[in-house]
Structures are given as structure tokens and as C-alpha cells.
Design a protein around this ligand. Sequence first.
Ligand SMILES: [Zn+2]
Ligand SMILES: [Zn+2]
Length: 320
Amino acid sequence: MQQWICNEPGVWVSQEAEMPSRTPGFSLLRVRNIGICGTDIHAFAGNQPFFSYPRILGHELAVEIVKSDTFEMGELATIIPYFNCTSCDACAAGKPNCCESLQVFGVHVDGGMREYIVVEDRYILPGKGLSADELALVEPLSIAAHGLRRAALKKGEKVLVMGAGPIGLFTILLAKIQGASVEVAEPNSSRLQFCLDHLGVTEGSSAAYSAVIDATGNLQAIESGFAKMSHGGKYVLIGLQKQAISFSHPEFHKREATLMSSRNATIEDFEYVMNLFRDKKIQAAPFISHRFSKNQVSGIFTKINEPTQQVIKSMIILAE
Ligand SMILES: [Zn+2]
Ligand SMILES: [Zn+2]
């Protein structure tokens, strides 16, 4: 089978590999769609923290069951790419998404940019009616869903989403479904325009918001978000960056504000998103801006980095 591997930053090779072998409790899966994420792009560029090479990237997957003791052959599925230990404090507390020794498929261990993979059954979620396009979007949508679950929005709550990359867009989409009154802050005019046209939100003003959600992962943006919280407000950081954050303690204190991080997602978030697709409350098509076939994979990172491309979400279709 063919696989694509990032040998070192900027070096991307296609190679032949042995078919992976399956053991009990694991399923052999054929990779159908692979969504390209900021993490993959940063890893290829060499600016992803805690990343080692060589690495097979890819964690936003739609797969087909090939051999399994648990699932039906031919069935489409997605995977929860966060491999947890099951025994640390976070796992014991029902928070496997922030397991102390978490291994993310395609980040800390080799991922899905190959024709076949073997994955433990407990990380496989059968699609039950979802398309391969939808299934490959479930993971990034679940990241947004998890951040919103941390925010615990009430109907009509005034929310500012900072950043309109895929995670920001998905956060806006789901916050609106949850009945929040959502505004967006995004300096890139074409990304902002997409939000105004397709998601029916308005641009953020100087108002105060009871929930501010960062999906930029940009230090300056994150630090500016503290002043945008109303008194009694909360701030959820979905985006991640490398540096220390500083903010005014008196300003934070007088608001009696709450600061939260949001890491990955749990099975509850995955199921929430899959049900939204089943109930036709969300659609995949508007968010998939670029499609690449198997023989276009080698040039993919140079292609999607061209600023003229206006990429929302790129997807590799490895098999149909
Ligand atoms: Zn991702
Ligand atoms: Zn754990």
C-alpha cells in the first residue's frame, strides 16, 4: 500500500509500505477521506510544538471497515484520534481528551495518510448514514463542540468568536445552533466575508461579551480577548500557541471572570456532531473548499499555502 510521510519539516515523501496487521480488539480500515488541519500544516512547516519526525500526518478521517470483530465490513466510520491511557486522573474523571499521556493519531504517533490503518475498536465510531465528507469533518467540528460545552452557553447569550479558520467557523455554526447571539472577530477580509455570507453573523464591535472564545491560537489576539469579556464573563481558549499569556489581574478580578482551556473533544462531542449531520442541522459542502485526489497528495502543502487559494477546509479523497 501507499503512504505519505513527513520525513522532516518541508520534506514530504510517498512510499510503498507493508499492509498493517490486525490483532484482536483492533480493526483494519481503508482510509477514504482525510481532512487537512492546521496541525498538519504547522507540522509540515516545522512550527508545531512537541512534534517529532518522521511522522505520517492525518487525523481527520473517514474510513471504511475492512476487517473487524466488532463492526460490519464495508461500513463507513470515523475515528476518535485521541489515544488515552485509561488510568490517569483525567481518564478516571471521564476526561480522556486531556489524558496525561495522550497520544494523538497523526501527531504523536503515525496517523492516517496511508491507504490502510489498524485502529483499536474503542476509537472507531460507525457512521450510520453519514457520508465520507461528513465523517471527515466530525473531528474538527467536535473540537468546536467541546469548546462550546466548556462555555455552557445559555440561549441568547452574547458570544464573540475570535478567528474564522475552520475551528472558528465551526464554533460559530454550533453556537448559533445552540441559540447564542454570535459575533466574529477576524482580520482577514475574505474569511470575515465568508462568515457574514454563509453563517449570518455580524462583525464584533467594542461591546462586552459574556462568552469570548478564542480560535486563533495567536498570542496578541488571545491577550486582547480578556478586555472583551463582560463582568461575570468567561473566556475559553480552543486555539493554542507557544508563549506565556499575560493579562491585568485587576481587570480580570473585577469581572470575576472564568478562564478555561479546551483540549480535543470526547465521544459525547463526536456523537453530538454526528447527530447534527443525521438531523440535517449542519452540512459539509460549504466548508470543503478544496479536494485532492490520491495522485495530488505530493504537492498538497505547497498548494494550500498559496494565499490566493482561500482555503477553508482541504480534503484528500484517497478512495471512493
Ligand atoms: Zn485537526
Ligand atoms: Zn489517561
